[in-house]
Design a protein around this ligand. Sequence first.
Ligand code: GLU
Length: 295
Amino acid sequence: MTIDVTRYRGRFAPSPSGPLHFGSLVAALGSYLQAKSQGGQWLLRIEDIDTTRIKPGADSSIMRTLEQFGLYWDQTETYQTERLALYQHHFNELVAKQLIYGCDCSRARIAQLGGIYDGCCQHKGLHREPLAWRLIPGPVATEFQDLVFGMVQVPAAITQEHYIVKRRDGLFAYQLVVVLDDIDQQISQVIRGADLLEMTTRQQALCQLLGKTPPEYGHLPLAVTAPGHKLSKQNHASDIGAQQPAQSMVAALTLLGHPPPSELQQATVAELLAWALKHWQLSQVPKQQEVLVSS
Ligand code: GLU
């Protein structure tokens, strides 16, 4: 049997650090509409790798809210904490290729450098844990073609940084596992919030380092309460599940450049979703990194 990997596969990858808020509804809805308007699959991956940030019950609350909006995912949802063996396997391979090294630099030292690590431990041969483990990314492009923003330039300092793939506390870092998961789940297009725009070149480069073709990427405007302040679980953005779903759906579609027509003012969530599926075009999404909303 041959598997058709050219088939569209998208995903929504929330971190279960709180209930679904308006900002994550926008990412869920945008990635869902893009996948479903292409006749593709839309997977749900619970990104619970950072166990220090998990709120008990947030995963099921997120899933209930997605269902309330009619955003049903294909296949069984996956949890990163159930995939540690896969991450360890690839981590070991990168260590064997000498592309990962131990680092004992303090956060204070890196903050003094302006937040970008300078590679100072690369040749120290550190092995005594606790250590953070950093990846040498190799040659990395400093621009990429985004499906929404067009050509995006990423500062060379960010793309070339030797970034952490396993943390000092022993947890694998988001930067590693997101790429391993997207490869393993054969994700063909990643549609997500614009807060991750500058991480894309690094993720594409890691994919290539692992011998795989990276997915395409498209970034959606981010709901912010003030410039640079993402609406997030950390700033206690309210639980979208507790609000009027049809109103939230209209607001999310409007932010995504698809304001429903006035005759749909009283429509149900299912009617709004059906309308959106029919009219969805990624090219209509505003090329705007941030959109101000009230929390
Ligand atoms: N888990 C990330 C978040 O909740 C999203 C990661 C991604 O879409 O690549 O912000």
